[in-house]
Design a protein around this ligand. Sequence first.
Ligand code: GTP
Ligand code: MG
Length: 174
Amino acid sequence: MKKMILVGRSESGKTTLRQALKGDVLHYHKTQYINHYDVIIDTPGEYAETGTLGRALALYSYEADVTALVLNANEPYSLYPPCCAAINCRPTIGIVTQIDARDANPDRAEEWLRLAGCKQIFRVSSYTGEGIWQLLEYLREPGDVLPWDSEEDANRAREVRSTKSEDTMSNGSR
Ligand SMILES: Nc1nc2c(ncn2[C@@H]2O[C@H](COP(=O)(O)OP(=O)(O)OP(=O)(O)O)[C@@H](O)[C@H]2O)c(=O)[nH]1
Ligand SMILES: [Mg+2]
C-alpha cells in the first residue's frame, strides 16, 4: 500500500477514517501525537491548526508516499490556503470526510480542496463505509491484500462503539 499521512483539523475524522480503512470497530480516541499505523500516519489536528507545530507535518510527510488533506463535509471554513499543496514534496490528495453528516456539503468541501491544489478527491463516510473502497483502491499497490475482497464489503456500515460527545460526557473534561 502507499503510505499515507493524514492531515486536517481536530475532529475532521482522521482517526476514525484510519479505523474504517483497517476494518476496525470505530471508537473515539483523541490523537495526542503523531502515530504510525503500518501504512497510515495519523496526526493530531492541532498540528494543522498551529503554525509552529505545522512544521512537524512537513517533516513527517517525507516518511509518506502521499499526503491526504482531510476536510469534513460539514465544515463551515477551510484551513487550507489556495495552492498550499504545491509546496508539498509528495502527491497530495483531498479527502472529504463525514459525508453522512446531516448538514454535509461535500461539493463545497471538495471545491476548497481543489483550491488547495488537490487533483484527486475522495468522498468518504467512515460510519456508512461509503467511498472507503475507492480510497483503498487508490492506495493499493500490486500484490497488496486488502481487508475486504469487494467494494460491497468495504463500503458496508461500521460498528460505532463510541464518539467524541460520549467520551466528553464520560470524563467530563471537555
Ligand atoms: N457522522 C460521522 N461522524 C464521524 C465520522 N468520522 C468521524 N466522526 C466523528 O467525528 C468525531 C471526531 O473524529 P476523529 O476521528 O477523532 O477526528 P480526528 O480528526 O482524528 O481528531 P484529532 O485526533 O483531534 O485530530 C468523532 O466523534 C467521530 O465519531 C463520519 O464518517 N461520520
Ligand atoms: Mg485523531
